[in-house]
Design a protein around this ligand. Sequence first.
Ligand code: ARG
Length: 252
Amino acid sequence: MLRKFMLFFAVSLFVFTFGLANLAKAEQVVKVGVDTTFPPFEMEKNGKVVGFDVDLVNAIAKVEGFKVEWHTMDFQGLIPALQTGTIQMAVAGMTITPQRAQVVYFSKPYYHSGQSILVKKDSNIKDLADLKGKTVATKLGTTADIMLSKMKDIKVERFTNIDDAYNQLQNGGAQAVVFDNPVNINYASTHKNVHTVGKLLTGEDYGIAISKQDPKLLEKVNAGLEKIIKNSEYLKIYRKYFGNDDAGLITK
Ligand code: ARG
């Protein structure tokens, strides 16, 4: 009897300990918010979320051992969703700004960017000064919107989806689009009647935004980013989307 009991006890103890160890090993699932209207950083292909930001976060998750669950939403909804805890992370070509950094954490920069002016090739707009008196289309709530809103003598039209801003330029409702340069370049590569003009209007760094309730996740993301920059996985992903254009490249 005693022996049986001891055997039972030993087996139970084993099962219990093993179970606990497995539980501890179970991978954390991180809900990541994304606005898939920002190619080539994030877009939707056959119902799947793809792009530079997506590959980047997947690579970080792999080296840091967590799983990713994608949540698509409007850009403007990302920070509120981080604040309420609907998501723990957001990757959306989001520019690190002091205002945003008050309410969310940002990872180290993963891409250098800036705003550019996109016009029709037959336009005589050459730089920022030429935008005076013109209608300029952009995406609502982005750094382009914030910058344009401070400028006098420009009529700004704001859209939730940047595609509508580009359409507005195409149909003559706006004379320019001011938006993140890599996304403007991406649009111009498939629409031969438009091009970017002048110098970049700003210098901006993209960072991965993380909920202030999750400082451990911030540490993991920064550690993972550092690892994939060191082991060249970052460079591989970068080349896949941006080829030999090193303007946005981060080296450390
Ligand atoms: N970089 C700009 C910003 O942070 C625009 C980002 C838009 N991103 C997107 N996924 N739609 O305001």
